[in-house]
Design a protein around this ligand. Structure first.
Ligand SMILES: Cc1cc2nc3c(=O)[nH]c(=O)nc-3n(C[C@H](O)[C@H](O)[C@H](O)COP(=O)(O)OP(=O)(O)OC[C@H]3O[C@@H](n4cnc5c(N)ncnc54)[C@H](O)[C@@H]3O)c2cc1C
Length: 396
C-alpha cells in the first residue's frame, strides 16, 4: 500500500507528488496519458507561486526557460487609454517581482524529471482511473490500461484529475457555478507583435465591448486570446478567414499572419461543494475552474497543493489530527469563492466594460489606481495573488 495516490499528473498533481516525495512520503501518481502533453493553457506563474516552487527546487529551472514580465498593461481599446502596473513596486514583499511567462507543460516536465530521481515515487502513465472505494483505513482504486486493470491501495487519495474529474463526479460532489456563453479562442503566433503594436509589455489586457483581447508573450510565441460566440460552429473560428480578420483589426494592416497553434475553450466559473470526502481530497481544476483572465487557475491549484500537502505531512509524519483536512477544505474552498471566483469574474467583466471605468466592491477604476501609490500596491497584491494567501491564513 502506498501512502498517497495521486490521480492526474498535470501541474497540480505533479507538484503534490514532488512535495510529498521530498518529505519522504511514499507516493504513486497515475495519469491516463502515455506521457505529459505539450499543454499550452497556462502561461503565467505569479510571484507567490514562484516562491512556493522555489521551496521544491522548481523556480530556477522554470525562470531559466521563461520570460520575466514585471509590467501589466491594461488598455481600453475604445478610448485608447493605457494603464500600467509595475511589480517593481512590491519588490520589498517578494524576491520575484514579476509574472513568469512560461508554458504549463514546462512545469510538469520539470516536476516529473525530479520525481524520476526519487525512490519513494511510482509513476504510472497510460492508466485511467475507472472506479474507487474507501473505508476507514484506505482508498482502493482501479485503473484500466492496455495491459489490463491495475489496483492501487493508498492511505489517502488526491484527485488532481482536472475539470471533468471522475473522482468528483463519482463522489457526487456538486460543481456549482456557470458556463460563460462565450468560448475563448486562442492563437499562438511567432510574429513579433511588439514590433507591430506600440506600447506592448509582455502581458496586455485590452478591453473592448466588441472584441477584447489578451496579448501574452510566452517564450515560444505570442498568445492572442479573444472571446467568440459559443453558439456558432467552432470550425468557423478555426478558419484562416476568421483568423485573418482578427489580425487585420488588431494590426490595422493586411499583412498575412501565420499561427502555429489555434484552440477553442469553453470557460466556466465553478467550485466543488466540498474539497474533502473521507480520505480523498480534490485539488486544482477538479475542485475549481475559472476564467483565465488574470492567470489564476493553475496558480490557485498549486496554492491548494501547498496548503494540502502541509496538512498531509502533519498527519502522516507527525501524527496530526485527520480533521486538518477539514481546515484545508475551509481555507481553499473559501478562497476559491471569495478571491479566485470574485477576482476572475471581475477581471473578465472589465475586459468588456473597460479598465478605466472598472468598479467593484473592492477596486477603484484603473485611473484612480495608477494615480495612487497605496491603491497601486493593493491592486498589485491582488493581481499577483498575495492577498488570497493572506486571506487564506485568516480562515480557521
Ligand atoms: C486558455 C487558458 C489559459 C490559461 N492560462 C492560465 C494561466 O496563465 N495561469 C494559470 O494559473 N492558469 C491558467 N489556465 C488554467 C490552467 O490551465 C488549469 O487551471 C490547470 O491546467 C489545472 O491543472 P490541474 O493539474 O488541476 O489539471 P489538468 O491540467 O487538467 O491535469 C489533469 C490531469 O489528470 C489526468 N486525468 C484526468 N482524468 C483522469 C483519469 N480518469 N485517470 C487518470 N488520469 C486522469 C489528465 O490526463 C491530466 O494530465 C488557463 C486555462 C485556459 C483554458
Amino acid at each position: 500500500m502506498t501512502d498517497v495516490l495521486i490521480v492526474g499528473c498535470g501541474p497540480v498533481g505533479s507538484v503534490c507528488a514532488l512535495m510529498l516525495a521530498q518529505a519522504g512520503i511514499d507516493v504513486t501518481v497515475v495519469d491516463r496519458v502515455q506521457e505529459p502533453p505539450m499543454d499550452l493553457r497556462a502561461s503565467t506563474i505569479h510571484p507567490p507561486t514562484l516562491e512556493m516552487l522555489d521551496s521544491i527546487g522548481l523556480a530556477e529551472p522554470l525562470i531559466a526557460q521563461g520570460l520575466k514580465a514585471p509590467v501589466y498593461t491594461f488598455r481600453d481599446r475604445a478610448t485608447d487609454t493605457t494603464f500600467r502596473l509595475d511589480m517593481a513596486e512590491i519588490s520589498d514583499r517578494t524576491r520575484y517581482p514579476f509574472r513568469l511567462q512560461c508554458e504549463q507543460y514546462k512545469l510538469v516536465q520539470a516536476a516529473t524529471a525530479e520525481l524520476e530521481k526519487l525512490s519513494n515515487v511510482t509513476m504510472i502513465f497510460g492508466a485511467e482511473l475507472r472506479s474507487f472505494e474507501q473505508d476507514d483505513a484506505r482508498v482502493r482504486a482501479t485503473f484500466g490500461s492496455v495491459d489490463g486493470d491495475r489496483i492501487v491501495e493508498a492511505r489517502y487519495m488526491i484527485a488532481a484529475d482536472g475539470a471533468s474529474s471522475l473522482v468528483r463526479q463519482t463522489l457526487g460532489i456538486d460543481f456549482g457555478g456557470f458556463t460563460y456563453p462565450e468560448a475563448y479562442l486562442c492563437y499562438s503566433t511567432m510574429l513579433p507583435l511588439e514590433e507591430r503594436i506600440s506600447g506592448l509589455s509582455l502581458v496586455n489586457y485590452i478591453s473592448d465591448p466588441n472584441e477584447w483581447l489578451v496579448l501574452l508573450r510566452a517564450p515560444s510565441a505570442w498568445r492572442v486570446l479573444l472571446s467568440v460566440d459559443a453558439e456558432n460552429d467552432p470550425q468557423e473560428y478555426m478558419s484562416d478567414a476568421f483568423k485573418d480578420a482578427v489580425f487585420r483589426r488588431l494590426l490595422n494592416s493586411d499583412e498575412p499572419v501565420e499561427t502555429v497553434h489555434r484552440t477553442i475553450y469553453r470557460i466556466h466559473q465553478r467550485v466543488a461543494s466540498r474539497f474533502v470526502e473521507g480520505r480523498i481530497c480534490l485539488v486544482g481544476d477538479s475542485a475549481h475552474v475559472n476564467s483565465p483572465i488574470g492567470g489564476y487557475g493553475m496558480n490557485g491549484g498549486i496554492h491548494d497543493a501547498f496548503n494540502l500537502i502541509d496538512k498531509l505531512r502533519a498527519i502522516l509524519l507527525d501524527g496530526g489530527p485527520a480533521d486538518l483536512l477539514g481546515l484545508y477544505d475551509r481555507q481553499r474552498r473559501g478562497i476559491a469563492h471569495s478571491f479566485v471566483q470574485a477576482q476572475t469574474m471581475d477581471n473578465t467583466r472589465a475586459m468588456k466594460e473597460g479598465w478605466g471605468s472598472r468598479r467593484d466592491s473592492q477596486s477603484a477604476g484603473m485611473a484612480d489606481v495608477v494615480a495612487d501609490p497605496v491603491k497601486r500596491r493593493e491592486a498589485l497584491y491582488k493581481q499577483s495573488m498575495f492577498k488570497s494567501l493572506d486571506d487564506e491564513r485568516e480562515i480557521a
